[in-house]
Design a protein around this ligand. Structure first.
Ligand code: GAP
Length: 422
């Protein structure tokens, strides 16, 4: 983890938030390479689960909803974590996460009896801070989809089964955030609510588990680092009848990467009752009306980034040197191609390199880099996961060809400028 944290800061992927003011604990900003990686993950996810399918409708809802949403969804009452404080050192813990829930892991003092703490982040809308203006930043993107269910039905007349998908920020006042971007108070989710008939829930659950496995493969997460955990009844979220956590073997602990839940008709039924709006679906063939059940595959964006970085980070010995390489799948790599003139001082080399760079730039994400020795530039691009480096040398001026170096094999191939693959 230390190596990942250091690399991501040094190379401009992830910075500690508010650093010039001493930082804000457990809060991070994505730098130029981090934002590219994040966007590539979100783009690939959207492509696989929305654009390449006919049955999923995209959404980008607001972050703050009518506060009645949280009453109806059960979050006001149930979205809580147990909280204990140490009577000696005053530190706060989630006792359910401790080996001994009665003893402080820091000073061995006695922990207070747990009380329930609601982890929704509270705010006030408008200038008056009273209960009527109290509102919450959403703790999951899911509710934005449930409250738009009727809009999708009325605008698109979908056939069941169909789904909705949303990517966006979520906020939780976590008691014990930590482990870099693993648990933060502000994070991003990619979620699907897939609406089905109740009788099909088991089959749909299995189907979505397979889809999630396909996604993991696509982003280069190896099976050996994944642990599927069936959540036992007493630990299920208030809305769930069955949940499987897809855990990743993070260096600090094997812990949740993604989740798959059968939310039954809990949410739509609750919103229908609370809003007094009919949220039934009418089957076009049978005319039968019913409130659909829901299967929910949920993916954390930041935890995906952490898993992808951990998975792709490699150190190896090359000749007498150590090479650090991010073997990130090319689709996710922040920079796909680096264009490198062999030396900085030759005007014709620079001219040709810049020309190749401008041509490629319209097609993919490319970086032009002329600083330092060619070896140093290769090493930097290995470290940030650039799959290909193109070197322009003096022969290029004569034969219109360049050297393409592969990040993973370090093999170099001479190719014609016109046939550079992107
Ligand atoms: N709508 C269901 C839901 O929100 P969840 O398991 O509480 O379920 C879904 O959260 C995903 O969001 C998790 O699997 C994880 O990837 C991510 N996530 C949850 N809390 C997080 C936090 N504090 N920091 C970063 N990611 C978090």
């Amino acid at each position: 983890m230390e190596k990942i944290i250091s690399l991501t800061k040094r190379r401009g992927f992830i910075f500690p938030n508010s650093e010039i003011y001493g930082g804000l604990a457990n809060s991070f900003d994505y730098g130029p390479l981090g934002v590219e990686l994040k966007n590539n993950i979100k783009k690939l996810w959207w492509k696989m689960f929305v654009t390449e399918r006919d049955d999923i409708y995209g959404l980008d809802s607001a972050i703050i909803y009518n506060s009645r949403v949280w009453e109806a969804s059960g979050h006001l009452k149930n979205f809580t974590d147990p909280l204990s404080d140490c009577k000696k050192c005053k530190a706060r813990f989630r006792p359910d996460k401790l080996d001994n829930p009665k003893i402080c892991p820091n000073c061995k003092g006695k922990l207070s009896k747990p009380r329930q703490f609601n982890t929704m982040l509270k705010t006030f809308l408008g200038p008056v801070e009273n209960s009527a203006n109290t509102n919450y930043l959403r703790p999951e993107t899911a509710q934005g989809m449930f409250i738009n269910f009727k809009n999708i039905i009325d605008a698109f007349y979908p056939n069941i089964p169909f789904g909705m998908a949303q990517i966006g920020k979520a906020f939780r006042n976590e008691i014990t955030p930590g482990n870099f971007i693993f648990r933060t108070r502000e994070f991003e989710q990619m979620e699907i609510e897939y609406f089905i008939q109740e009788k099909n829930w088991e089959q749909s659950f299995e189907y979505w588990l397979e889809q999630m496995k396909k996604w993991l493969k696509k982003i280069g997460i190896s099976e050996k680092n994944i642990v599927f955990e069936e959540i036992i009844n007493k630990d299920l979220a208030h809305y769930s009848k069955r949940t499987i956590d897809i855990n990743y073997k993070f260096p600090f602990k094997t812990d949740e990467l993604y989740g798959l839940a059968y939310r039954t008709d809990y949410d739509l039924k609750s919103h229908s009752k609370a809003s007094n709006v009919n949220l039934e679906y009418r089957d076009k063939n049978t005319n039968e009306k019913f409130i659909p059940n829901v299967i929910e595959p949920t993916f954390g964006v930041d935890r995906t980034i952490l898993a992808v970085l951990l998975e792709s980070y490699h150190e190896e010995k090359v000749a007498n040197e150590r090479r650090t390489v991010l073997r990130i799948v090319p689709e996710l790599a922040p920079i796909k191609i680096a264009v490198l003139p062999l030396i900085k001082k030759d005007a014709s080399l620079i001219k040709l390199a810049k020309q190749i760079y401008s041509d490629l730039k319209t097609k993919t994400s490319v970086e032009y880099d002329e600083n330092g020795t060619i070896g140093k530039r290769y090493r930097r691009h290995d470290e940030i996961g650039t799959p290909k480096c193109i070197t322009i040398d003096f022969d290029s001026l004569k034969d219109n060809s360049v050297t393409v170096r592969d990040r993973d094999t370090m093999k170099q191939q001479r190719v014609s400028i016109n046939s550079i693959e992107i």
